[in-house]
Structure formats: C-alpha cells, structure tokens
Design a protein around this ligand. Structure first.
Ligand SMILES: Cc1cc2nc3c(=O)[nH]c(=O)nc-3n(C[C@H](O)[C@H](O)[C@H](O)COP(=O)(O)OP(=O)(O)OC[C@H]3O[C@@H](n4cnc5c(N)ncnc54)[C@H](O)[C@@H]3O)c2cc1C
Length: 473
C-alpha cells in the first residue's frame, strides 16, 4: 500500500506511509478506512446528500481506548479532524475534506439502570437506540423527532423533543459525560468533576473533545402516549394559527402542539384528493396519561374544519419514528432557522406566503413549540443560552436533485428574511447550515466568552474546529 497525504491544521500536508497506518491500525479494536477501500463511500455518506466530502482516512472506533489513540495520532501530526456521531448535522460537520474522521457510529451501546432512572449512552448511539433500551423500562428523556439522529450531536448542541416542555432540553437531563480531550486523555465531566467542561458540553457543540459516553437522567413515560396529527386545509391557516396562539398559554407542560406546513404526503388518513395539496398540520403530544391527553388536546380538532386527523394512544417509540419516512437520508437539505418568543401576525403571514410557493413537495416549515421547563433554566446555567425560546422555527428546504438547489435555497432564505423582525435574534446551533458561520454569535449568545475560556483550557490548539467553532480565548 502506498503512502497517503492528509491535510494539516496549518494548511499543509503530511504523508502517512504504510508503517504509520499499520501502527495506527495495530492500536485499535476498530478499523481504518481509506479512499479506495470497500466501504469508503458508505463511511463518508451522511444524512444530508448536499455534503460530499472526501476524508483521507476514517478511524472507526469501538471504544474510548480507540478514541484516545485516534486523538493522539491526529494531534501528534496536526491533522485536520472531524468527529462523527449520528452523521445528521445539516452543515456536514461530521466530515472533513482531506483530513481524519473519528467515526463513532459503531459505539451505540445503551445501558439503563431502571431503579436509579439513569442511562449510559455511547457516543455514536441514535435516538432510536436510546428510546429502544429506555422504553423497555417505561423510561425516556427528551430527544428529537427523527429516530436516526445521533444522541451525541443533538445533546451537545442542546436538543429538544416532544416532552421538553415537561423535562427541559436534552442537555438539561445530562448528568455526566466521558470525554477524550485534545491531549488524548479521558476525563469524566459532571457537576462535581471538570464542572466547567460539563457546563460547556451542554450547548457548546462538538468543540471540547470526543464524548465516548453520556449519562442521562430518565423519566417515566409511556409505553403508550397520546399523540397524532390534525391536518387543516391551508386556506384555514390564518384562523387555525390565531386560535392556536390563544390556546397555547393554557396548555400544561405535559402537552405540546407543533405546527407543520407543507404539501400533504400520501398519508392513509388524508383523503387522496388532498395528497400533494398544501395543508397546515398540528402535531400533538401528551406526556402523561393518554386519556387525560385526549381531553387536554381535544381543542386541536376544533380550531377550523380538519381535512383529516390521526390521533390516539400509541407507543411512544412508534411516535418517535412517525416522521422517519419524511426524513430519510439521501435527499438534499438546506435549512434556515430562528427562535421565536411568540407567534407574531407577521410571522403567520410570512408562513402563508412561503407555503403557497413551496419549491418541492418535500419542503416544509415547522414551528417546534418548546417553552415550559426549557424556559425556567437560567441562560447561563448551561452553555445553551436560548431560554427565551417558545418556538424553534425551521424551514426544511428539501429536494432530490442539485438542479433544484438554487430555487430551494432562495425560498428558504426568503422566509428567513421575512420573519427576522419577529424572531429573538437567537438560533439553535444544531439547525445552522454550512454557509452560516457568521451566525455563530447568535447561536452561542451571551455564553460565548465563557465558552472561549473553557475552550482554551481543554483544546488550546483548536483541534476540534470542524464545527460552529469557538476560538480559544
Ligand atoms: C432529520 C433531522 C431531524 C432533527 N430533529 C431534531 C429535533 O427534533 N430536535 C433537535 O434538538 N435537533 C434535531 N435535529 C438536529 C440535530 O440535533 C443535529 O443535526 C445534530 O447535530 C445531530 O447529531 P449527530 O450526532 O447525528 O450529528 P453529527 O453530524 O455526527 O455531529 C454533529 C456535531 O457534533 C459533533 N459530534 C458528534 N458526535 C460527537 C461526540 N460523540 N463527541 C463530540 N462531538 C461529537 C460533530 O463533530 C459535529 O460537530 C434534527 C436533525 C435532522 C437531520
């Protein structure tokens, strides 16, 4: 095997010969995948097909010892480095061109202590892995809405899901983490050990090291929950959203209702003549007794005249996978996001305008309603600062071919610009796209300076920079 060239952090290149690669391989339980190897293309494929990067080598780790070895190898040679968890980040930060990828996608173990209501989750586990294990004991922690998303990137960026109003952001439920820092050492970060690092991990994204295990607080939930969808003809959007806005403050923390606007997919509960037409969907979830949820959320059916609805008691794990068919990997995705503290008339008007001009049947706009417990935590209690956010708003631009890029991107940007006056100015770091480095301070907000100081302690040479990067102070 001939030598390979790898890009370095000082914009040079280093040559790795067969002996160097054999030494790396020999120190691993996992594998090293190079260009030309069978499996290379699969290993460099992530959720967003717009990202097409070619790392020089992919180190697929099997445990913390492999990660330590890989970090040492990268640091000693100053290699450009990326870290892959679930590979869902829209900006493609799981991959780099020409450098090394530390790939955790085989570190998916989840161990649950049902009595203590705790879970230890591997750095490459997906939300589906976590829910599967925790639900075996009727337990859960708030996670996102697509089961193939990585727990790691979601938690490090903060994370929210269907019962965040009750139990907060995902990162609010993090109890500790095992982290391989830039010096190749494994440290345990918690409220009492490396407390500064623990603070930074809860919203500071992948800037501080490679998390090999997360420890989470679990809560009783399910196995059945009340959840479902109520779909309205889009010409009722203004009326329905007006009613929704008035109703929302009376909802208990157990309940949430998200808004999704898009062309109707061919869902069995929608009459065929509605397939492909614009609809406004209310997505309901109740985190307590399903019978109580049915009563609390009944009003969702009466805010207009629905075209169809599918609601009822269902397994929590089924609801956690309900959106998977609309969010499969392999499409081209471009997002624009803001945080809203309220739903202004102007934002509703912008939504109505944009949904009348959808560039592809896969595009949608959603208002993820959080609030509740997520707002009761102080903005400086964790690195995630957006405790004023009632809605995380996201334009999911999504289509099949590169020829559709320009129109889709322009559409997403137009909605973003039109709704800017009604947003808080903050944005969820996990919804930023590749071209949004300039919005870094909107993502980390008032916590940036403290993050930069902690970055200097744990990653002074900025090895972990293939992300929305915090420069060491
Ligand atoms: C279809 C879809 C639905 C989503 N829904 C939600 C939602 O409901 N709620 C929500 O909060 N977010 C949601 N997200 C956003 C999601 O939180 C981010 O995309 C997140 O970055 C995904 O994490 P990952 O591990 O899959 O990503 P990756 O692309 O693997 O990694 C993301 C970032 O985290 C770093 N990283 C990954 N693993 C580790 C690790 N073990 N240690 C250190 N750094 C690491 C990477 O280097 C990278 O910078 C969604 C995303 C998609 C694509």
């Amino acid at each position: 095997m001939s030598a390979i060239e790898v890009l370095t952090l000082d914009h040079g290149k280093v040559s790795l010969d067969a002996a160097a690669l054999d030494t790396l391989r020999g120190g691993l339980r996992g594998e090293v995948i190079l260009r030309g190897d069978a499996g290379y293309d699969a290993a460099r494929t992530i959720w967003n097909a717009m990202i097409d990067r070619h790392p020089a080598l992919i180190v697929r780790c099997r445990g913390a010892a492999d990660v330590m070895r890989a970090v040492d190898f990268a640091r000693e040679r100053k290699l450009v480095l990326a870290v892959r968890g679930g590979g869902h980040n829209i900006a493609g930060s799981a991959l780099c061109d020409g450098g090394m990828v530390i790939d955790l996608s085989h570190m998916r173990s989840v161990r649950v202590d049902a009595k203590a209501r705790r879970a230890w989750v591997g750095g490459g586990a997906t939300l589906g892995d976590f829910d599967h294990e925790a639900q075996a004991f009727g337990l859960a922690t708030p996670l996102g809405i697509n089961s193939t998303t990585g727990v790691a990137g979601l938690t490090l960026g903060a994370g929210f899901g269907w019962f965040s109003r009750k139990h907060g952001m995902t990162c609010d439920n993090l109890l500790s983490a095992d982290v391989v820092t830039s010096d190749g050492k494994l440290v345990h970060a918690s409220a009492t050990e490396h407390a500064d690092l623990f603070w930074a991990l809860r919203g500071g994204s992948g800037n501080f090291g490679v998390v090999t295990t997360f420890e989470f607080q679990l809560h009783p939930l399910g196995p059945n929950v009340f959840a479902g969808l109520v779909a309205y003809p889009f010409d009722q959007a203004k009326k329905v959203l007006g009613g929704y806005r008035e109703w929302l403050p009376s909802l208990p923390d157990d309940a949430t209702v998200w808004v999704v606007a898009r062309k109707a997919p061919p869902l069995p509960f929608l009459p065929p003549e509605w397939h492909g037409k614009e609809i406004l969907v209310l997505a309901l979830f109740y985190a307590g007794d399903p019978k109580a949820g049915e009563k609390v959320l009944a009003k969702a059916q009466t805010l207009g005249t629905p075209v169809g609805s599918h609601v009822g008691a269902m397994p929590y794990t089924a609801w956690q996978q309900a959106f998977d068919p609309l969010l499969t990997p392999g499409a081209r995705n471009y997002w624009k996001s803001h945080n809203f503290a309220q739903l202004a008339d102007g934002a509703i008007d912008a939504l109505i305008h944009s949904v009348k001009h959808l560039p592809s049947p896969h595009c949608e706009i959603f208002f993820g309603c959080i609030g509740g417990q997520t707002m009761r935590v102080k903005p400086d209690a964790t690195a995630y600062p957006h405790r004023d956010t009632l809605f995380a708003v996201n334009v999911h631009g999504r289509w099949e071919t590169a020829a559709e890029d320009a129109a889709g991107i322009a559409w997403a940007r137009e909605f973003y610009e039109k709704t800017k006056p009604f947003a808080t100015g903050g944005v969820y770091v996990n919804f930023l796209t590749e071209d949004e480095g300039a919005r870094l301070h909107s993502a980390y907000g008032s916590n940036y300076e403290r993050l930069a100081t902690i970055k200097k302690t744990y990653d002074p040479s900025n090895m972990f920079r293939n992300n929305f990067n915090i420069t060491p102070a």
